[in-house]
Design a protein around this ligand. Structure first.
Ligand code: IPE
Ligand code: IPE
Ligand code: MG
Length: 235
């Protein structure tokens, strides 16, 4: 990376194409998820290394429960294993891990592994990894709305206090806006990811299945980000 490049403060990644990566190789989809999980760790560490302060990764949507039980179970077991035994480097690097999403429908073991990781990194401040698991942008807005309505009902806020900042603070996590959103696999859609936070994100859709995404691809993505002219509605 060139020293003068701007590094986006908040990067979002929609981890996609694990299944097709495996199918292309004649492997079961689960092997794609395994390869994707290994690569995710590498990509998270690399983005931290180049100076990205906030990284949100979309690993399981509220809609992904529509998949067959075997695939959902495999993914949940994989999350437990990863969070419990494969995040040592992330913990040691001083990366704070937080989760976004609904806790309902997640098994006890998954919730315990998530709580363990949040707890183990709660004093970390170098950068922040936001793992979006059982996450949906629409559900997040619904849940924020309920929270804000309750605050109003309890007399903690007045109607005039409700603004962009208050809404943002009451989402699952209080994070800065997403600057750069990467979705692998060539699909050109958001699939319910960070609908509020990505309002002015630059979008990037590399035609690469996630397990194949390399550090060099990230460098290319960053170069592309630096070519974009962000106007935020101005001239
Ligand atoms: C992304 O890969 C991982 C999850 C959504 C959990 P997919 O499983 O969506 O892979 P494709 O899109 O079917 O190839
Ligand atoms: C989006 O990918 C969700 C995650 C990456 C976790 P999907 O593969 O579920 O999205 P669709 O179904 O292609 O829109
Ligand atoms: Mg997919």
């Amino acid at each position: 990376m060139n020293g003068e490049s701007i590094i986006p403060k908040h990067v979002g990644i929609i981890v996609d194409g694990n299944g097709r990566w495996a199918t292309k190789r004649g492997l079961p989809r689960s092997m794609g998820h395994k390869a994707g999980a290994e690569n995710l760790k590498k990509i998270c560490l690399y983005l931290d290394e180049i100076g990205v302060k906030y990284l949100s990764v979309y690993v399981f949507s509220t809609e992904n429960f529509k998949r067959d039980n075997k695939e959902v179970d495999f993914l949940m077991d994989l999350f437990v294993k990863m969070f419990k035994s494969e995040f040592d480097e992330i913990i040691e690097r001083g990366i704070k891990v937080v989760f976004s999403g609904r806790r309902n429908r997640l098994r006890k073991e998954v919730l315990e592994a998530m709580d363990y990781l949040e707890e183990a990194t709660s004093e970390n401040h170098n950068s922040c990894l936001n793992i979006c698991l059982n996450y949906g942008g629409q559900s997040e807005i619904v849940d924020m709305t309920k929270k804000v309505c309750q605050m109003y009902k309890d007399g903690e806020i007045s109607l005039d206090d409700i603004d962009v900042e208050l809404v943002s603070k009451n989402l699952y996590n209080d994070l800065p806006p997403v600057d750069f959103l990467i979705r692998t696999s060539g699909e050109l859609r958001l699939s319910n990811f960070m609908l509020y936070q990505a309002s002015y994100a630059e979008l990037y859709f590399p035609d690469i299945y996630f397990p194949d995404l390399t550090e060099k691809d990230i460098d290319e993505a960053m170069e592309e980000f630096n070519r974009r002219n962000r106007r935020f509605g101005g001239n």
